[in-house]
Design a binder for this molecule. Sequence first.
Ligand SMILES: Cc1cc2nc3c(=O)[nH]c(=O)nc-3n(C[C@H](O)[C@H](O)[C@H](O)COP(=O)(O)O)c2cc1C
Length: 204
Amino acid sequence: MRGLVYSVLRRRASVRWYAGGEVGRDVVERLVEAATWAPSAHNAQPWRFVAVFSRGVKERLARLMGERWLRDLVGDGVPADRARAMVEESVKRITGAPVVIVVALTMRDMDRYPDERRSRAEFLMAVQSVAAAIENLLIAAEAEGLGACWMCAPLFAPEEVRCVLRLPDDFEPQALITLGVPAEKPEKPPRKPLREVLRFDTWC
Ligand SMILES: Cc1cc2nc3c(=O)[nH]c(=O)nc-3n(C[C@H](O)[C@H](O)[C@H](O)COP(=O)(O)O)c2cc1C
């Protein structure tokens, strides 16, 4: 059991390109159920998921988020040709995935505070809870033999995502997960050595 868990954790890698095979709704349900076993602050379970199978919806989502990204890139001074190529690749990745799962956060069942310091901590707890759920989902996808990639685009284009998916006002888009049968076996990017990220007792 221990060996199995560690090996799945090590094996998971972001897969960005997918082969043609379908992913069934039953698989998506298993993955999202696995996601919901993540810990969450106050057990508030502030995660919400929208699984998109429709080619048209994926296309609208990718295009609208892409337009927003293009404006940002050009505003940053990236040459228009280069910016368009980056956006096109992102659109291809999203529309080329058999399923995309948009993950949103809701503060509906989180605690409320009158002050900024505690409100911010509460919001961060919701973000951390959603991130824990996403990691569960990615690990479960690996265990299913599927590939997945966490994409941050919805964070940069929340209104566009809300509009395409007709999300309720309290849903705050956090991430988009592309999912499918891998068409690539990506190299696992190296990790910083433990001595750089771990200290015992105190930092120095
Ligand atoms: C919060 C977050 C946002 C990410 N956003 C993107 C993204 O927009 N596009 C992408 O290709 N990968 C994205 N990734 C995946 C990372 O690039 C990837 O996890 C990292 O390079 C380590 O590689 P690995 O997942 O294969 O171990 C994101 C990961 C996280 C945790």
